[in-house]
Design a protein around this ligand. Structure first.
Ligand SMILES: Nc1ncnc2c1ncn2[C@@H]1O[C@H](COP(=O)(O)OP(=O)(O)OP(=O)(O)O)[C@@H](O)[C@H]1O
Length: 302
């Protein structure tokens, strides 16, 4: 069995003269979740639509389960689940009728009641879709995408509009599918969603992959920071070799390659001078920092 469920090689997609996806490579293995992040207009949706077979690439190669998503569409569809940003289901049908219709259309099998139970929609099975709340509809979208346990799952911003509890429940369901061997390609604007779920992360910017790797690999190059309110009348800071201290209003921010060493030095300095460091915070580099670095590096139009 092919270990790679999704293979994208040298993909290029353009709208007229505008290149939306520019020579991108990406793979997702079975049992792996890859999160595609990016600024607005970075090309995530275009890329996802092309991998799903809704658009033909202008150049490059896409394979899903070894199949060409456009040419072999009918063979591919029963084996994949797709959760779009907006679903176009009739509001007149009930939740259960929608799931049952979807099962018949996708000829993929699966038990509508089981999947509704899994997404905590069993109590809403006989309610018309138009009467569901926004969050319930989003959960129904996911229920339909995972009906019949697809081998590959595409999730386009799956938790937008969900409350924290529903979001966590969604993460549990997706995590269980990945553990059972499903390959998942996810786009999201929630960095904590990528941190929670992704085995690997790719950050798209202006149609190109600007950064990629595991969470650990991505944040490895990011400096840690220590911040605190500058105590009034405090003497100058102790020497912190290789670190940079800046002042933002009343706050001191130390950017450091040696978090533990500098924190120890600063606490000793505060003890010696009998200072209280208010709003003291120390943290490692984060995905936000990686994302900011990508966004900041964006060329400014002349
Ligand atoms: N139908 C279209 N015709 C022309 N340009 C388009 C079309 N759809 C998208 N674009 C452009 O292609 C680029 C990529 O858009 P895309 O929707 O793929 O980005 P995205 O990363 O999904 O953005 P968002 O996070 O805002 O949803 C953008 O510059 C967008 O304006």
């Amino acid at each position: 069995m092919d270990e790679l469920a999704i293979e994208v090689h040298d993909l290029r997609c353009a709208y007229g003269d505008h290149v939306a996806v520019d020579r991108v490579d990406l793979t997702v293995a079975r049992g792996e979740l890859v999160a595609l992040l990016g600024t607005n207009g970075a090309g995530k949706t275009t890329m996802l639509e092309t991998i799903e077979g809704h658009r033909r690439p202008d150049a490059g190669n896409v394979r899903v389960l070894g199949l060409d998503p456009v040419r072999d569409r009918l063979k591919m569809l029963p084996r994949v689940g797709i959760m779009l940003q907006e679903s176009g289901f009739s509001g007149e049908l009930t939740t259960w009728e929608t799931a049952d219709l979807w099962r018949a259309l996708r000829s993929r099998g699966g038990d509508p009641d089981a999947v509704l139970e899994r997404l905590q929609l069993a109590h809403r099975r006989d309610v018309q879709v138009k009467q569901l709340s926004g969050g319930e509809r989003r959960r129904l979208d996911l229920a339909l995408a995972i009906l019949g346990e697809p081998e590959v799952l595409f999730l386009d911003e799956p938790t937008t509009g969900l409350d924290p509890q529903s979001r966590r429940r969604t993460w549990e369901v997706v995590g269980a599918l990945v553990a059972a061997g499903t390959a998942v390609l996810l786009t999201t604007h929630y960095l904590e969603e990528a941190e929670e779920l992704a085995d690997r992360i790719a950050i798209l910017d202006g149609g190109r992959i600007a950064a990629r790797g595991t969470m650990a690999e991505l944040v490895a190059g990011m400096a840690a920071t220590i911040s605190f309110l500058h105590p009034s009348g405090a003497p100058s800071l102790p020497p912190l070799a290789g670190s940079v201290a800046t002042r933002h209003g009343d706050e001191i921010v130390v950017t450091t390659p040696e978090l533990q060493r500098d924190l120890r030095t600063l606490l000793a300095w505060a003890d010696t001078h009998d200072l209280r460091l208010q709003r003291l915070r120390a943290r490692d580099g984060s995905l936000d920092d990686v994302f900011d670095a990508v966004a900041v590096a964006e060329p400014v139009a002349a």
